[in-house]
Design a protein around this ligand. Sequence first.
Ligand code: AMP
Ligand code: MG
Length: 326
Amino acid sequence: MLAPKLREPPLAPVNVAPFELSGATMGTTWRLRAFAPPGFNAKRLETEIAAVLAAVVDEMSPWEAHSALSRFNALAAGETLPAPLHMRCVLEDALHVAGETDGAFDPTLGVLVDLWGFGARAPAQDKPREDDISAALAHAGWRKLTFEDDALHQPGGLRLDLNGIAKGYAVDAAAEVAAAAGLTSYLMEIGGELRAAGIKPDGQPWWVELQQPPGGAGERLLLALYNETVATSGDYIRHDIVDGEEIAHTISPFTGKPLRNGVASVSVLHASCMRADAYATALSVMGVEAGLAFAARADIAAVITARREGALTEHFSPRAAAMLED
Ligand code: AMP
Ligand code: MG
């Protein structure tokens, strides 16, 4: 069990009833579980959440030819695109994490993501050739991405991919809509990324189970989320078969190749789900040792599951270890 040591637990809501909303988004599902006072307009909240999620997809989906992201990716060298609101928030955070992680998280890997067949464009062949990988690497690089006022500058051939951070942002955006509607106790989820607020009427926090790779020897890890979020990256969550080999969807920006560094899974807890999502991807790239060292230095609560010769082991950053209870 992982539970934070709280100085002051949140107040339990009174005179509330549970309800649940859900829908489809980003190739997966969203779900809100919450407690609301009598007369709460859940139908209206459902419409508002669906609208904010649609806006996020509209701006950042590489699968939508008309998204702002797709339009930026199609620009010629020297052209600019005004970045819409959600995309600007995500890009600012993405560039911050890119800098902090020395480029382990890189929002400009679109060409590589497509080359390996994980993106919206079908790859030319099964397994990329070395010279295609080098060419795609030459196009990437978060330092090439610049804003002039609020316009994004296309240096030529740079393709954004925000799939490693946008889902976390979408969780935050939907949760803010729920909070603005007056809810104080809820759990918002999109495809395994979670954000909780408050506690339940019975005084219990929102307990969630940490996503872990199948075949783990360890016990299920339960997590008490108090005004906190968790995001997980794992080679068992998104992977492909290339030439008969299982390939993770996370790419090393240093080699241009999918990760093969023994990281099976990374979960990160953070106040911001966007940040948790980006860090989970970044720590995966860094690998077990460097990822744990970074999480210790940056005081990030992270659980990394390593896979060595088929066996799984769990590693906790100091901040996560401090939350461990039996
Ligand atoms: P996640 O689901 O958060 O683990 O992110 C995986 C997705 O992020 C991949 O499917 C790619 O679209 C994208 N991606 C892959 N490698 C990286 C990277 N090194 N930095 C940022 N995004 C990446
Ligand atoms: Mg991520």
